[in-house]
Design a protein around this ligand. Structure first.
Ligand SMILES: *[C@@H]1O[C@H](CO)[C@@H](O)[C@H](O)[C@H]1NC(C)=O
Length: 221
C-alpha cells in the first residue's frame, strides 16, 4: 500500500518535472552580467533589467550577485536566490535564475555556438564586446562555463522605453525566433528608472531578504 502510494507520487513528480523543465519561453530571454559596482549598483541594474525584460516581455535571467573579497583577484558569484526569494518576483514578471537557465534552457535555446554577447559598442581591446575581459567579467561568465562566439552591437538602440517606441524597435531588430537569448555584457545603466519602479520593488525586495545571516540587518541601496 505504502509502496504503491510512493510509486504514484514518484510518477507524478516525474511528470510534473518534465512538464516544468521543458517550459521554454517562446518570447525569449534576457541575460546580463551585473558587472558594474557593488550591491547597490547591481540592485539598481537589476531593476533596470527587470523593466527592460518586462518591456520586451522576455524572461529575465537572474544573475548571481557579484562580490569582491579583499585580496582576491577574481570576483565571487553568489546565486541570486541566496539573498532574495524568486517566487514573489514571478508575480511581477517572468524570471528564472541563471543556474536554472543554464541547466534547463541553455541546452535548447542557447547552444554553445550561438552564444553572442551584446554591447552598445566595442569595449576594451579589439573590436568586439570582450565580454569576458577583466574582473568581474571573466569570473562571472566562467561561473556558468559560458564562452561567446561573437559580438553584437545593439547601438543606437537603448533601454529607455518610457518615451519612445523603443520596445518595438528591439523586437524588430532582434525577434525572439531568431534571437532567443539576448546576453548583455552589462545592463541598463542608461535606463532612466521610473520612481515607482524603485519604491515598489525596493520596498518589496526588503521583505524578500531571507538569508538568515542578513535578518535584522538594514538594507541600504
Ligand atoms: C507576455 O508573455 C507571456 C508568455 O510568456 C504571455 O502569457 C503574456 O500575455 C505576455 N504579456 C504581454 C503584456 O504581452
Amino acid at each position: 500500500m505504502l509502496n504503491s502510494v510512493m510509486y504514484t507520487l514518484f510518477v507524478l513528480f516525474n511528470i510534473l518535472q518534465s512538464v516544468f523543465s521543458t517550459d521554454l519561453d517562446p518570447l525569449g530571454y534576457i541575460a546580463y552580467c551585473p558587472c558594474m559596482g557593488r550591491f547597490g549598483n547591481q540592485a539598481d541594474h537589476f531593476l533596470g533589467a527587470l523593466g527592460f525584460a518586462k518591456g520586451l516581455n522576455r524572461t529575465l535571467v537572474l544573475p548571481a550577485w557579484v562580490e569582491y573579497r579583499y585580496g582576491e583577484h577574481r570576483s565571487i558569484q553568489i546565486p541570486f536566490d541566496t539573498y532574495f526569494k524568486v517566487e514573489p518576483l514571478k508575480e511581477y514578471h517572468k524570471v528564472i535564475t541563471m543556474e536554472e537557465f543554464m541547466k534547463e534552457v541553455a541546452p535548447y535555446e542557447w547552444p554553445e555556438d550561438k552564444r553572442v554577447s551584446f554591447c552598445y559598442m566595442p569595449r576594451g581591446d579589439g573590436s568586439g564586446c570582450n565580454a569576458k575581459e577583466g574582473n568581474p567579467f571573466g569570473p562571472f561568465w566562467d561561473t556558468y562555463s559560458v564562452n561567446f562566439v561573437s559580438s553584437e552591437f545593439y547601438g543606437p538602440l537603448h533601454y529607455d522605453f518610457y518615451q519612445t517606441d523603443m520596445a518595438k524597435q528591439w523586437k524588430q531588430k532582434y525577434p525572439p525566433e531568431k534571437w532567443p537569448v539576448l546576453a548583455f555584457t552589462g545592463c541598463c545603466q542608461e535606463m532612466k528608472l521610473m520612481n515607482y519602479m524603485h519604491s515598489l520593488l525596493l520596498t518589496t525586495a526588503m521583505n524578500y531578504l531571507e538569508h538568515s545571516s542578513y535578518k535584522g540587518t538594514k538594507l541600504a541601496i
